[in-house]
Each structure stands twice: as structure tokens, then as C-alpha cells.
Design a protein. Structure first.
Length: 308
């Protein structure tokens, strides 16, 4: 080894390297030779000592041989038709079948609040799940028919006290009949279990600020009103066919008046007013969809409450 080193030094001196440069070059050469040695014979020397590395799997873009193609497909496999139950489906499963993210969160929130689905069509109770969304995901859901579905609220409940059986009606449920959500007063609303004085007043106040309910889904927007309570309310509460809400006249109303509606922000009110004044000749309701700064979902919600 010393002979080789001396030979290399003599060779380097012929290139006019000083001793410091020659030592550095010599060290670099030794490292390079060692690296080549490990690459060529390292597998043989270290395989039995736990240091073996199969270099073909170290590449950045390689795929581990432990994961087969079938295993990979299984991990991303689309749920089977009719394999999901909305009462226990996960957020990731909803995302996988193309269920909108916002509506997925509403579904989970509704379920966490005590809401339950008894039929696949109950998915349409979730605000934002229109017929188009429902039809695209309906095939993935199925609900096992169960006897656990709650009895109608006006059915008597049997109980036993001191071995004596008696029947009692659930609180506030006696003689309940269907009513119009746009005309019912606080007294009528308080007959629904879970709705007291505060919530009944809040429902009436929200109805008034809107100009009337045009969709039962709007009840889910009332602050503090749990989805499960809304479900009970909608057993009796209906919206009469042909109902026309109170409307704001865009041509005569101020921007502040438009912005007073729960569905219209001040910025949107300015856009609507400005757009109408610029296109008032032969204006049609559907023209509002041309306001690109307001999304189509918001326009659809606003339109029933506007006139021109």
C-alpha cells in the first residue's frame, strides 16, 4: 500500500502539484476507489450482515415490489353499488363517489346532531342536495329496512308504573295536524317537540326577513334549530302550492333595501342594482346569471325574492 502511495506522489509531482494539493488529490482518489469497490462487491460482502440494499428500489421514481397492482387497485376501488348507508358513511367515502364536499359536511353534521336517514331519498333533506346531485349518487346508497323507525308522534306510548300499564301522549303532540309554514304562529310551532318560545320566535323572524319560505330546506338555515328538530317539524309543516313570497322591486329599491335581505350582501346588492340599471331595457329575470361576480347557486336562491 505504501508503495502505491509513493508511486502516486511521484506521478503527481510530475504535474507540478505542491504537497498540499497532492495530498488532497490522493485522498479524493482513495475515496473514489472505495466507492467503486462498494458498488461492485458491497452486496456480496454485506448481504449476510444485514446491510444489503437492493439498489433498483432506491430510485426516486420506483415502486415498491411489496405493493402489487391488485393491492393498489383495491386501495382506490370505488364502493360497490348499494354498499353505502348514509347513517354510517364516512366523509372519505362520500368524497370518493363524487358527493359535493360542502354537502358532505352538512350530512355528517346532520347525523352528529342526531339526525337519521330512513330512506335513501332522505338525502335530499340535506341543503344543497338537489335532484341532479341525488341522481348521481343514489345508486351507491342502500338502507336496510328496520323496525327502529320512530312511531308517528301522535301514537300513544305505553309505560308501566307500579305494575300498572297506562298510555300517555308525547308532550305537545296531541291533535297535531298539518299546517302552513308561512302562516303558522309561535303557538303552533311550539307544539313540535324541541321548539320552545325562543326558537319559535326565531323561525318567525327569519321567515319575515326572507319574505316567506319557498323551500322546506330553508328551515335548516335557522340558527340553533337542530336538523333532527327540523325533520320533526316537516312532518306537519308544509308550504302551500303556488305560494308567492314578498319580493323586493330592484328597479325602485335602494341598495340598502336590497342588502337587507338575508341572501344578499351589500356588495351583491350593488352589483345587482348596477347590472339592472345598465340592462333595464327588455330585462328578464334570468339575465342575473350574467353577473359573473355572483355564483349561480346564490342567484338561484335570490331570484324568488326579486321583481323587476
Amino acid at each position: 500500500m505504501r508503495f502505491i502511495i509513493n508511486l502516486l506522489r511521484k506521478l503527481l509531482s510530475s504535474f507540478y502539484f505542491n504537497s498540499r494539493e497532492a495530498s488532497g488529490f490522493l485522498l479524493l482518489s482513495i475515496l473514489l476507489i472505495s466507492y467503486c469497490f462498494v458498488l461492485k462487491w458491497g452486496d456480496v460482502l454485506f448481504k449476510d450482515k444485514g446491510f444489503y440494499v437492493d439498489y433498483q428500489y432506491v430510485a426516486f421514481d420506483s415502486v415498491s415490489s411489496d405493493v402489487s397492482a391488485s393491492d393498489f387497485e383495491a386501495k382506490v376501488k370505488m364502493p360497490d353499488i348499494g354498499s353505502l348507508d348514509p347513517n354510517n358513511v364516512t366523509f372519505d367515502e362520500l368524497k370518493m363517489i363524487g358527493f359535493p364536499e360542502i354537502e358532505s359536511k352538512r350530512l355528517i353534521k346532520y347525523r352528529n346532531s342526531g339526525g337519521k336517514f330512513y330512506d335513501v331519498s332522505d338525502l335530499k333533506k340535506i341543503y344543497g342536495v338537489n335532484d341532479s346531485v341525488f341522481m348521481s349518487v343514489e345508486k351507491f346508497f342502500a338502507i336496510e329496512k328496520s323496525s327502529n323507525k320512530p312511531k308517528k308522534l301522535n301514537e300513544p306510548v305505553l309505560a308501566t308504573v307500579n305494575n300498572q300499564e297506562f298510555s300517555r301522549e308525547k308532550k305537545y303532540k296531541e291533535h297535531l295536524t298539518s299546517f302552513d309554514l308561512n302562516t303558522v304562529d309561535t303557538t303552533g310551532l311550539m307544539k313540535i317537540n324541541g321548539i320552545g318560545s325562543v326558537l319559535s320566535k326565531r323561525i318567525i323572524k327569519y321567515r319575515k326577513s326572507l319574505g316567506g319560505f319557498v323551500s322546506t330546506n330553508q328551515l335548516y338555515e335557522v340558527w340553533g334549530l337542530k336538523p333532527a328538530v327540523v325533520d320533526q317539524l316537516l312532518i306537519y309543516g308544509k308550504i302551500e302550492d303556488g305560494f308567492t313570497p314578498e319580493r323586493i322591486n330592484v328597479s325602485t329599491s335602494s341598495i340598502d333595501s336590497l342588502a337587507s335581505h338575508p341572501y344578499i350582501s351589500f356588495k351583491e346588492a350593488k352589483l345587482i342594482k348596477s347590472f339592472y340599471e345598465s340592462n333595464s331595457q327588455g330585462f328578464e329575470r334570468g339575465n342575473l346569471y350574467r353577473i359573473y361576480a355572483i355564483d349561480s347557486v346564490s342567484i338561484t336562491r335570490i331570484l324568488p325574492y326579486l321583481t323587476f
